[in-house]
Design a protein around this ligand. Sequence first.
Ligand SMILES: NC(=O)c1ccc[n+]([C@@H]2O[C@H](COP(=O)([O-])OP(=O)(O)OC[C@H]3O[C@@H](n4cnc5c(N)ncnc54)[C@H](OP(=O)(O)O)[C@@H]3O)[C@@H](O)[C@H]2O)c1
Length: 342
Amino acid sequence: MREVAVFGAYGHTGRFVVAELLARGFVPVLSGRNAERLKALAVAEGGLEARPAAVDDPAALDRALAGTAAVINCAGPFADTAGPVVEAALRAGVPYLDVAAEIEANADTFDRFEERARAAGAVVVPAMAFYGGLGDLLVTAALGDWASADEVHIAYGLDSWHPTAGTREAGAVSRRRRGGRRVRYAAGRLEYRDDASPRLTWQFPEPMGPREVIGEFSMADIVTVPSHLDVPDVRTYMTVRAAEDIASPDTPAPVASPADGRGRSDQTFLVDAVVRRGGAERRAVAQGQDIYAVTAPLVVEALDRVLSGRVRTTGVASAGEIFDAVDFLGALSGHLSVELSV
Ligand SMILES: NC(=O)c1ccc[n+]([C@@H]2O[C@H](COP(=O)([O-])OP(=O)(O)OC[C@H]3O[C@@H](n4cnc5c(N)ncnc54)[C@H](OP(=O)(O)O)[C@@H]3O)[C@@H](O)[C@H]2O)c1
């Protein structure tokens, strides 16, 4: 069975996911709260099925998932959508994957559903996306035969970041939940702080080289990595230019580059994952184009692996725990270039 429900299908990321599903022979079933926008997308994609559903309408969510093999949730803020859509997936008995980049919402998914999902033999994969998923795969691959590490660092080398409305809204919801504080993962737990984030120079691999970054610019990896790896400190970093882009209300939303056949923007990224144990260091680096677009091959590859039984566990699990990280990254060679120095 190849039907896959996409909740939030007409959003910027949802559209990339729908296109990727079609490219890989799945049949997307379009869902979300706006019936008109769903219908327009269904027609534009050559006659897909549209099943409108709001998150406060469990019966409509059940209809949206009926007969599908899995659901991919692309509708954020996930603080609002993850709980109801995971519940619907558990009722339907199908796997759930999402692209949430909200630290607290991701932590909630682990806390609220871990026991029930495991007991039911269900699979729930939160943050199966650029933030949260890719970093976790890189860290897990870099660890190699190490069962633990003293420190994990993931530096995001983005040349720019033109955020979607969904990114801005998710950020605003997370900031409200934190009462304006910032969060980091240190000494084995999420820690909320009032001081300013450090600013430092990060030595990215060539050709990027040294760049100014905001330290402890925390992304979903501070939930996904420690969810399954024995590591007390997980730090993430963001190039200052990209951090300034998303802080400014004037930065435009992403647009497709006319030169790109896949609808990607010109944005480029380099993700530098460094793990340290004792005096030793291992590294995994990924490079590619457009953080929203690359989320689609990440989540659809994950879906394919879940549906074909290529998983290492059940319950709520992040990418690095549930998949063979090195094999997974290798399968994305058409979308990412990855270098491992283990
Ligand atoms: N982890 C990552 O790397 C990563 C990558 C890509 C995206 N994301 C996240 O994914 C989310 C979507 O991003 P986007 O780029 O696709 O943004 P977008 O283009 O603004 O789309 C947001 C989508 O979510 C829907 N939505 C919002 N609240 C909803 C609710 N309460 N019920 C039902 N639908 C709701 C919107 O529907 P309406 O138009 O009807 O409001 C729209 O379809 C964001 O939270 C973003 O942070 C994360």
